[in-house]
Design a protein. Structure first.
Length: 234
């Protein structure tokens, strides 16, 4: 497992990535609220706000006492719920490292729309691929997969500083670091039959990110950009 900690791609247009920070804060807030049992049993809350493909397609129904915004809305709400602290922490680290640069390249509003579209697309691919599944899909992984795809298109020559297996430091080009991570998602999607991780949601997010990045990036941002470039502030 590889874990990014920092990248050297500078920000040029957005001094402070407020949208990325807000997304992180919202994910953390929801997690704390759910697992502090502020809204009842955490598992019941997750079942109501997570995406359950069988419920989305009318093949099953939730118990009447479970609060839910409705099956269609869970395509969105599922992006902000997580199954445990490790799940949340891993996603937030990836979002912290890569999200600020993608927000910089797209603008804050564009980045927010891009993030949501990637997440919803990821959830839809997962649901279509397993329409009878009763286990709720939760987590920001699909949206963050789209962010990673955008990063590798825009900043492949930047350097990622991270850890392998949680302890071995590594410095690697983003093309290698993120590219390896993407191949890992694809390998697991094709080989993991246990269904404990929504690998196909990750693939859906990656595909959405590759398709949507050309539509959302600023006109002045280069493809496969150089490590350094003279922008408004540097």
């Amino acid at each position: 497992m590889v874990l990014p900690l920092h990248d050297d791609a500078p920000l040029h247009y957005v001094r402070r990535p407020y949208v990325n920070w807000t997304l992180m804060a919202l994910n953390i807030f929801v997690f704390v609220a759910v697992f502090s049992e502020s809204f009842g049993d955490p598992l019941t809350v997750v079942r109501g706000f997570g995406l359950i493909p069988a419920v989305l397609f009318g093949r099953a129904e939730l118990a009447p006492w479970i609060v839910t915004p409705g099956p269609e809305w869970t395509l969105l709400t599922s992006l902000f719920f997580h199954s445990g602290l490790g799940h949340l922490a891993g996603n937030m680290i990836f979002l912290y490292v890569f999200g600020d640069n993608v927000e910089d390249a797209m603008g804050s509003l564009g980045y927010l729309v891009f993030y949501i579209l990637c997440g919803v697309s990821a959830a839809m691919l997962f649901a279509v691929g397993a329409p009878l599944t009763l286990t709720p899909l939760v987590g920001a992984s699909g949206a963050i997969s789209g962010v990673c795809a955008a990063f590798i298109l825009l900043y492949p020559r930047s350097t990622i500083f991270g850890l392998v297996a949680g302890i071995i430091p590594i410095h690697a080009p983003a093309s290698l670091f993120v590219g390896t991570w993407i191949l890992f998602q694809l390998f697991n999607a094709l080989t993991d039959d246990q269904g404990n991780v929504g690998w196909w949601a990750h693939i859906g997010g990656i595909l959405a990110g590759l398709v949507l990045t050309p539509l959302f990036k600023r006109r002045g941002v280069q493809w496969f950009g150089p490590r350094r470039f003279e922008g408004p502030w540097g």
